[in-house]
Write a protein that binds this ligand. Structure first.
Ligand code: ADP
Ligand code: ASP
Ligand code: MG
Length: 412
């Protein structure tokens, strides 16, 4: 029988009632003749609560124990979903990551899936089971410890299962009815896209559009998974949602296809570091070892052999970054006068494959922000995106102004 992967995010399984509604949707696909692999997230808010408990208990926590705690939300929803399906006379069984097993690297907190053996689940399908409910977001390391795939990781679980089982499609059910030109919660003029290219979705996701985890888009692109994002709250329909597809399958598109934002950014500046060969390695090596995800980097011009080095990272990694840099200084590897930390910044980015062939997008973006009197603190660009770091209090204004200026409310 053909296999379908259906993933339900946190809001879609937030209550017993919603689990029931999601189970109903699954049963409709079973009735059409599919064997279904359901990937579930934890109930909405649960993972945040667990992350909070870990931080309260141990600010610079051991990542293995973080994973032990934070993965548990998905175990509950997987069991409940299987029970609900059984109540509806649909043969279903739940699996936690280690039981499949979803084999991952041992990078706790942001592990990557390395292999998903299909034999266990396929054997059950052959015996008449119709739905395998798998706890998303989690796996098992080569050392046999529980791992998690990074926030939003259930999307990646879903796409990885779709690839491993050669599923006909991977449907991501969430609380919006597709991928929009920008976060519809931030900008009421945001427009739903029927299709979006993998490359654009990849950039939007990595720049903060949390509707899909970045890694899930990477996997879908690599393994040619038919990936759809749709709402679990709307009536089922074959044309619903947004299809993430190859660039060639999109007929027309705007120069800019979307605006992404990332709210919880911090900007850290090492003031007066020696400007010498190897200084960047001496700073960013310890940060990488401490698990800090450095994003933008700027080095100032140097004066009298000294310079300032600025970088951005998520706000919840500031303490880790500070600790790592101070340890490197105490060990004599680097030397700086001061460490300045601005916890109140956000990143706003414009993304579009049309940028490859259109000049002037950056200039227009800077002009729009200038007209709103928004100061730009750091800029980075790539072939299909421009990102700026600004004061967080202007983030929504910037998103809305850019959305208007690039005419994203209208189709091309
Ligand atoms: P789930 O719990 O289902 O995984 P998420 O909260 O992770 O859902 O992702 C869905 C959310 O992503 C939406 O509620 C929306 O606020 C946000 N979002 C950000 N950017 C976009 C975008 N461009 N299109 C759609 N949703 C977006
Ligand atoms: N529950 C996890 C999180 O909130 C994984 C997910 O929902 O995708 O990050
Ligand atoms: Mg999500």
């Amino acid at each position: 029988m053909p296999i379908l992967v259906m993933k339900f995010g946190g809001t879609s399984v937030a209550t017993i009632d919603r689990i029931q509604r999601a189970a109903k949707r699954v049963s409709l696909e079973v009735a059409k003749g599919y064997d279904v692999i359901v990937i579930v997230s934890a109930m909405a808010g649960k993972t945040n609560e667990l992350v909070g408990w870990v931080g309260e208990t141990s600010p610079l926590y051991d990542a293995r124990e973080y994973d032990a705690v934070v993965s548990s939300g998905e175990n509950v929803t997987a069991g409940l979903m299987a029970l609900r399906l059984q109540e509806m006379d649909v043969p279903a069984r739940s699996w936690q990551g280690w039981q499949v097993p979803v084999k991952t690297t041992s990078a706790h907190g942001s592990a990557r899936i390395e292999a998903i053996p299909t034999d266990n689940i396929l054997k059950k399908f052959a015996e008449g089971m119709r739905v395998a409910v798998v706890a998303g977001f989690q796996g098992v390391s080569p050392e046999g410890r529980i791992t998690t795939l990074g926030r939003g990781g259930s999307d990646t679980t879903a796409v990885a299962f779709a690839a491993a089982f050669d599923a006909e499609r991977c449907d991501i059910y969430t609380d919006v009815d597709g991928v929009y030109t920008t976060d519809p919660r931030l900008c009421e003029k945001a427009r739903k896209l029927d299709r979006i290219a993998f490359e654009e979705m990849l950039e939007l996701a990595s720049l903060g559009a949390k509707v899909l985890q970045t890694r899930s888009v990477e996997l879908a692109m690599r393994y040619k998974v038919k990936l759809r994002v749709l709402s679990s709250f709307e009536e089922p329909s074959d044309a619903a949602g947004t299809l993430v597809c190859d660039e060639e399958d999109i007929v027309e598109s705007n120069v800019i296809s979307g605006i992404a934002h990332s709210r919880d950014e911090a900007k850290m500046t090492l003031i007066s570091v020696a400007d010498r060969p190897g200084i960047a390695a001496a700073i960013f090596g310890p940060l990488a070892e401490a698990g800090v995800n450095v994003d933008m980097i700027v080095q100032n011009i140097s004066e009298d052999g000294r310079t300032d080095m600025t970088f951005s990272c998520p706000t919840d990694q500031v303490l880790r970054a500070q600790t790592a840099l101070e340890a490197a200084r105490d060990a004599g590897h680097i030397n700086f006068h001061d460490l300045d930390c601005d916890n109140g910044v956000a990143k706003v980015s414009a993304v579009g494959i049309g940028m490859r062939s259109h000049a002037g997008v950056a200039a227009k973006m800077f002009k729009v922000l200038a007209e709103e009197r928004i100061n730009i603190k750091v800029i980075t660009t790539s072939e299909i995106k421009i990102s700026v770091l600004i004061d967080r209090k202007y983030m929504e204004l910037a998103v809305q102004a850019l959305h208007d200026a690039f005419g994203l409310d209208k189709a091309a």
